[in-house]
Design a binder for this molecule. Structure first.
Ligand SMILES: Cc1cc2nc3c(=O)[nH]c(=O)nc-3n(C[C@H](O)[C@H](O)[C@H](O)COP(=O)(O)OP(=O)(O)OC[C@H]3O[C@@H](n4cnc5c(N)ncnc54)[C@H](O)[C@@H]3O)c2cc1C
Length: 187
């Protein structure tokens, strides 16, 4: 292609269902299969549950000592707005930040007050998400880990705004890797 186009050509990753995204998905699934990992697909229903509890994923019942929650933000469905911003699967506290102020108290503000008219300015609504400790464990309103073996990764983790700061899949890949390692280390 580079020869035909007469310019350097590179392939970049993007969202599924882009072709590079589909290839990455296929490569990940092949790697998981080779590593002997069983992949279960379906909606995780775990309201009120915690690592160590038996939960349902689609038609399967799963028991795991550690969990990594990576359900995305508004597009993925990890975050919803029912009056206040809420984490949909486990009901974890959601934090928003505006200027020097940050905390779960901002998550209850009207959406209009978490967005600003200048679209180039930081949009508090779009960086809302879970607050985590250095091990990527979600924190409660007092800053304590919600559970010692519960981890979060990807867009669900707050504090970055992929639409304007260029983080995007970089955060998802890095935090997924770190959270997965942390979860595996705790069994
Ligand atoms: C329009 C758009 C364009 C973008 N373009 C780029 C780009 O060019 N480059 C870039 O780097 N980033 C881009 N991003 C950002 C990037 O897509 C996200 O940062 C990334 O997808 C986050 O990955 P994630 O796995 O954390 O969440 P998601 O990709 O949102 O994945 C979360 C998954 O969890 C599933 N899920 C949610 N709840 C449950 C549940 N209870 N049970 C089971 N599954 C559940 C969802 O169905 C979804 O499949 C773009 C984002 C958007 C919206």
């Amino acid at each position: 292609m580079a020869a035909a186009a007469g310019v350097p050509v590179a392939e970049t990753l993007s969202d599924v269902p882009s072709v590079p995204g589909l290839r990455l998905q296929a490569a990940l699934e092949a790697r998981l299969a080779r590593a002997g990992v069983t992949v279960v697909t379906g909606e995780l229903r775990a309201a009120g549950g915690a690592p160590g509890d038996r939960v349902e994923v689609g038609d399967a019942a799963i028991l795991a000592g550690s969990w990594v929650l990576a359900t995305g933000r508004f597009v993925g469905g990890g975050l919803v707005r029912h009056g206040a911003l809420a984490e949909r699967t486990l009901g974890l506290p959601v934090e928003a930040a505006e200027g020097h102020d940050a905390g779960v108290h901002l998550a209850g503000r009207p959406a209009t007050s978490l967005t600003v008219r200048d679209r180039r300015a930081p949009q508090p609504l779009l960086s809302a998400g879970l607050r985590v400790d250095p091990s990527l464990r979600p924190l409660d309103g007092r800053g304590r880990p919600v559970h010692p073996r519960l981890f979060a990764a990807g867009a669900l983790v707050g504090g970055h705004e992929h639409a304007s700061d260029g983080t995007g899949l970089g955060v998802a890949i890095l935090t997924g890797w770190l959270a997965g390692r942390a979860a595996a280390a705790r069994g």
